[in-house]
Design a protein around this ligand. Structure first.
Ligand SMILES: O=c1ccn([C@@H]2O[C@H](COP(=O)(O)O)[C@@H](O)[C@H]2O)c(=O)[nH]1
Length: 229
């Protein structure tokens, strides 16, 4: 299966479906985030599943353990391939989320966000975290692994450190992917798709470079050609 996950950051079901109808489900999975899910709800998941796409529901839950676990359960019951929480919610929150999936024997992958790829070292310091950014990512990734989750969201710039510390099987889902010459926008820790794979990313989240392209299907095919088979 392709490592590419296309972020469907658009404001309507019609726009999301028009976009995915230009994408080949053999070449990517898709990601539904806060904007699309808040506007369209679970119906969009059904429509994407119906078109043959595996879906990463990127709602980044962060709450008390019971609330977080029940939200993860609700997501998994919709048949999504992957769902996520924030690692900064802590061990008990992550364990509760993992346990509820196990109890219900649901195969959904559960991962945790470490430090958002839009954050620079200065942004992180401003939140009161004084550790260097890469150490904070590694710290939260270890906590995530020790809480029994399948992997993390991190930037590709930390992927090799996490691969060395936690192994290749631990998922490293990396947004902030920017093909050469594409706009950086609000991202701060970026890498090209081919460099990210070489660094140890297991999955590449790519939004605007594909969704805002004149021909999203062609951009996806071009990126795929650069990746190892
Ligand atoms: O640390 C994170 C966590 C999630 N995201 C999400 O990934 C995509 C990236 O989209 P681009 O348009 O390629 O920047 C977007 O949906 C974010 O919500 C992230 O960027 N960083």
């Amino acid at each position: 299966m392709s490592p590419v996950i296309v972020a469907l950051d658009v404001p309507s079901s019609d726009q999301a479906l028009a976009l995915v109808d230009q994408l080949d489900p053999a070449l990517c999975r898709v990601k539904v985030g806060k904007e699309l899910f808040t506007r369209c709800g679970p119906e969009i998941l059904k429509a994407l599943h119906g078109r043959g796409f595996e879906v990463f529901l990127d709602l980044k839950y962060h709450d008390i353990p019971n609330t977080c676990a029940q939200a993860v359960l609700a997501a998994a019951e919709q048949g999504v391939w992957m769902v996520n929480v924030h690692a900064s919610g802590g061990r008990r929150m992550m364990e509760a989320a993992g346990e509820v999936l196990e109890q219900h024997q649901l195969p959904t992958r559960l991962i945790a966000v470490t430090v958002l790829t839009s954050m620079s070292p200065d942004d992180l310091q401003e939140t009161g975290v004084t550790r260097p950014l890469q150490e904070q990512v590694l710290h939260l990734a270890r906590l995530t692994r020790d809480s029994g989750l399948h992997g993390v969201v991190c930037s590709a710039q930390e992927a090799s450190i996490l691969r060395d510390a936690l192994g290749s099987d631990f998922l490293k889902v990396t947004p902030g992917i920017r093909p050469a010459d594409s706009e950086v926008g609000d991202q701060r820790r970026i890498m090209t798709p081919e460099a990210a794979m070489a660094a140890g990313s297991t999955h590449l989240v790519i939004g605007r470079p594909i969704s805002r392209a004149a021909d999203p299907g062609q951009v996806l095919r071009d990126i795929t050609r650069l990746l190892p088979r």
